[in-house]
Design a protein around this ligand. Structure first.
Ligand code: TYM
Length: 328
């Protein structure tokens, strides 16, 4: 039974890509596999941020994870900044990571990493490695956008173990079979993301049904009319089929077969229906959750997470020669 971890950055409202790429795999796997889920609020400080918003969004993310079915009796759910071991291991891992490695990360470049950006944006993947290694994780279910970060985590774990003796479990990335990357509906060459500049093509989990439907119906397709699954030639249509396939647990190419001889309009209606049917019950449960309930879950989770994480940090400290320090 492999241990798994998922992290969610509270930099914006959660969107459908987060749901199919990460939340649903957690919810489905939590009864079979030990699962760690956390709100990556320290990661939200790597770009310009509003403190009040980070706090509010952290709570929103926690509430949505609970509403979507994360069960705190099964999974360990907590807020990253409540467990200081993340920060300590981050620094220890910086001492085995190189500048060149961090600099090569695609996301650093994509987020405009340069001379004026925060140093924490450059070291972001090292903090992510700390998140994963703290918990002796074997599998990291992520969308394809995060694959490179998990590869770096493997490299750092292997290097540390080689240099200083066996200390960390070496994890691997796993991707959902379908829809590892949901694209923006208004620009299918881009990933659907919570911080995309235009929100016209982003389906937020808390968007009202009529907004969801409008966004889907306005999705960019192309001038063709035939519904075929061809991500290269028809990325917009393929993205809609990916979404419908993911939400109905079917292969997107098979789903395309259902729409043979019909236009894009029917496909879009079917996608809108499926998205709304998936999100409405989550939205209902989210409205029912009280702030205090969410905070209590996070506080309990942090306590449990710290117990495990402190043991890992202690192991790393000893391996690195910091033996005079505190005991876990
Ligand atoms: P974040 O907050 O950007 O995204 C959270 C999860 O959602 C997945 N995801 C998607 N999957 C498919 N299609 C999309 N359009 C899409 N958009 C997002 C992401 O792959 C991710 O699994 N760096 C991470 C947070 C993090 C983390 C970690 C994750 C910090 N430490 C340790 C796992 C393990 C991030 O920015 O996720």
């Amino acid at each position: 039974m492999s241990r798994r971890i998922s992290g969610f950055k509270p930099t914006g409202h959660l969107q459908l890509g987060n749901y199919v790429g990460a939340i649903r795999p957690v919810v489905r796997g939590q009864h079979e596999q030990p699962t760690v889920v956390f709100i990556a609020d320290l990661h939200a400080l790597t770009v310009q941020h509003d403190p009040a918003l980070v706090q509010a969004r952290s709570r929103e993310v926690a509430g949505l994870l609970l509403a979507a079915g994360v069960d705190p009796g099964q999974a360990l759910l907590y807020r990253q900044s409540d467990v200081s071991a993340h920060l300590e291991l981050h620094y220890l891992l910086e001492c085995v990571a190189s500048y060149g490695e961090a600099h090569r990360m695609i996301q650093f470049k994509e987020k405009g990493g340069g001379g004026g950006s925060r140093l924490s944006l450059l070291t972001y993947p090292v903090l992510m490695a700390a998140d994963i290694l703290l918990h002796d994780i074997e599998e990291v279910p992520v969308g394809r956008d995060q694959r490179q970060h998990v590869e770096l985590t493997r490299d750092l774990a292997e290097r540390f173990n080689e240099r200083y003796g066996p200390t960390f479990t070496v994890p691997r990335a796993v991707h959902p079979a379908v829809a590892a990357r949901i694209a923006d509906l208004a620009d299918p060459t881009r990933k659907m993301g919570k911080t995309n500049t235009s929100t016209a093509g982003v389906l937020f989990l808390l968007d009202p049904p009529e907004v969801l439907r409008r966004k889907v119906m306005r999705a960019v397709t192309d001038t063709g009319t035939e519904v075929v699954y061809d991500p290269q030639e028809h990325p917009g249509v393929a993205n809609l089929l990916d979404i419908l396939g993911a939400l109905s647990d079917r292969d997107p190419a098979d789903v395309a077969g259902d729409f043979r001889g019909t236009g894009y309009g029917r496909l879009k209606s079917a996608v809108a229906d499926a998205v709304i049917a998936t999100l409405e019950p989550i939205q209902r449960r989210y409205q029912e959750l009280g702030d205090d309930d969410v905070e209590q879950v996070l506080a309990d989770g942090a306590e449990r997470a710290a117990r495990h994480a402190d043991v890992t940090v202690h192991r790393a400290r000893i391996a690195l020669g910091l033996t005079g320090g505190r005991r876990a």
